[in-house]
Design a protein around this ligand. Structure first.
Ligand code: AMP
Ligand code: ZN
Length: 462
């Protein structure tokens, strides 16, 4: 069976074919580290994680690079606006370097909490100036650049790209915003003239003391750490039209106009049910820490993300989160119950094989995780499948879901709670339901749940 993915380049689902047999090179646009990462950003990082897992499930060897944008860039969709890193540094009374370090660490902690597999390498823009300068030099040598008022521009009249669509090639409004631009979609490769006089991050370059533009870091670092061409590039849908089209323009110009990326995968937004698109610029966004404060675990968000296909907008609400939390707990307890009951070697069944094939088909159909999750629940509830085969299937499926079920430990129940449960069982068997109810309430108040079986009970943490 082969993996199909929706390629933003061709706007079609296509069978994934790697450049080198059995190997995949992926580049993902990482975060700009000027603030905490919100759960919308994490939705996109989870998409790359599920994609990597799906590739590994299909026996590909994956090499994954993600950048950390620790140099500020000007606004989210054009070369205008404000430098977010500088603004954050001013607001927090710290240096831009401290801001970058602090939020990079917070980002990496979040990835660990979400069981997102660490990329083979995180590449920092500030640690790869040489690669960026060299790429601009290459573009300059091939006459794709011009200099205006101290800044170096990419000249889109020499190589224009709109392979991913969405670039407005007609209106002149962006030229008006920056009168130094020769063409509407030109963009800055190197700044020496910052509108921020107190810009701390600056480096020497052939064009003077300054700093790189927004787009060049991804092309330069992808090329440095993965070579070219590459198999897959990922990012959120907001990056597609400007950032990614510009990445393609400069990379292909530097590559003698050869294609640079074979498959582009874009994730749709997370939308807050009450507040609309989640964005850091709004100042009103939800982080993993906020979810924890509200009584959720990071993996509840992972579970929630499985429920919406990555190309569909995901609507976030507290109700949806609570439901994800309950379902994840149910998944864990179903798995633990099965594990406690199972011994011996795997017994395969026709039904089990059928579900395995259905699961594989769903995953390979452009990562259809909502369907694969539904199949998982069918497996759990199907009485015709032997328990040890259910365990086998759940562990295989978890290679995609990433809950680390294999290492799941049953909740530790304190001795005092076990004693209460025993006392209650005795009362129940004597039909003293008043005492039994009282003890059940007490157990519940202490954060545990009792489920009655015919002659015993199952005790769980709430
Ligand atoms: P940024 O640091 O702003 O470049 O964002 C990091 C990643 O998160 C990028 O791939 C963005 O496209 C993505 N992203 C930003 N906002 C959202 C959102 N509300 N939902 C999903 N992805 C998002
Ligand atoms: Zn990028």
């Amino acid at each position: 069976m082969s993996l199909k993915v929706y390629n933003s380049l061709t706007k079609k689902k296509e069978t994934f074919k790697p450049i080198v047999r059995g190997k995949v090179k992926i580049y993902s646009c990482g975060p700009t580290v000027y603030n905490y990462i919100h759960i919308g950003n994490h939705r996109t990082f989870l998409m790359s994680d599920f994609l990597k897992r799906a590739l590994k499930f299909n026996k590909f060897k994956v090499k994954h690079i993600m950048n950390i944008t620790d140099i500020g860039h000007l606004s989210s969709d054009a070369d205008a606006g404000e430098d977010k890193m500088v603004k954050a540094a001013m607001k927090e009374g710290k240096s831009v370097w401290d801001i970058a370090r602090f939020y990079t660490k917070a980002f990496k902690n979040d990835l660990t909490d979400l069981n997102i597999e660490t990329p083979n390498k995180f590449t920092l823009a500030t640690e790869n100036l040489r690669a960026q300068i060299n790429m601009i030099k290459k573009l300059e040598k091939r006459d794709y650049t011009y200099s205006a008022d101290g800044n170096i521009y990419f000249d889109t009249s020499k190589y224009s790209n709109n392979k991913l669509g969405g670039l407005n090639t007609k209106s002149k409004s962006r030229v008006k915003k920056d009168p130094n631009k020769k063409n509407r979609n030109d963009f800055i490769l190197w700044f020496t003239k910052s509108k921020f006089q107190d810009q701390e991050m600056k480096w020497n370059s052939p064009w003077g003391y300054g700093y790189p533009g927004w787009h060049i870091e991804c092309s330069a670092m992808a090329n440095k750490f993965l070579g070219a061409p590459i198999d897959i590039h990922t990012g959120g849908e907001d990056l597609k039209h400007i950032h990614h089209n510009n990445e393609i323009a400069q990379s292909e110009a530097a590559l003698d106009r050869k294609p640079w990326v074979n498959y582009w995968l874009h994730g749709a937004f997370l939308i807050d049910k009450n507040k609309g698109k989640m964005a850091r610029s709004s100042g009103d966004f939800i982080t993993l820490s906020k979810l924890k404060e509200a009584g959720f675990e990071p993996l509840d968000f992972r579970y929630l993300s499985l429920g919406t296909h990555y190309r569909k907008q995901m609507i976030f609400s507290k109700t949806a989160m609570t439901s994800a939390k309950n379902s994840r707990k149910k998944l864990y307890s179903s798995y633990l119950d099965l594990r406690s009951k199972t011994r011996g070697s795997l017994k395969a069944s026709k039904n089990g094989e059928k579900y395995y094939t259905q699961f594989e088909t769903a995953i390979n159909d452009d990562l259809n995780l909502p369907t694969s999750l539904a199949i998982t629940w069918k497996v759990i509830n199907d009485k015709k499948i032997p328990d040890n085969e259910k365990i086998y299937l759940l562990l295989r499926f978890d290679e995609i879901f990433g809950f680390n079920l294999k290492n799941l430990k049953p909740d530790r129940i304190p001795f005092s709670i076990k004693q209460l449960a025993e006392k209650r069982l005795k009362a129940r068997l004597k039909k003293d339901f008043k005492t039994a109810d009282k003890i059940r309430k007490l157990i519940k108040a202490k954060g545990f749940e009792l489920e009655d079986t015919i002659k015993s009970y199952i005790l769980k943490k709430k």
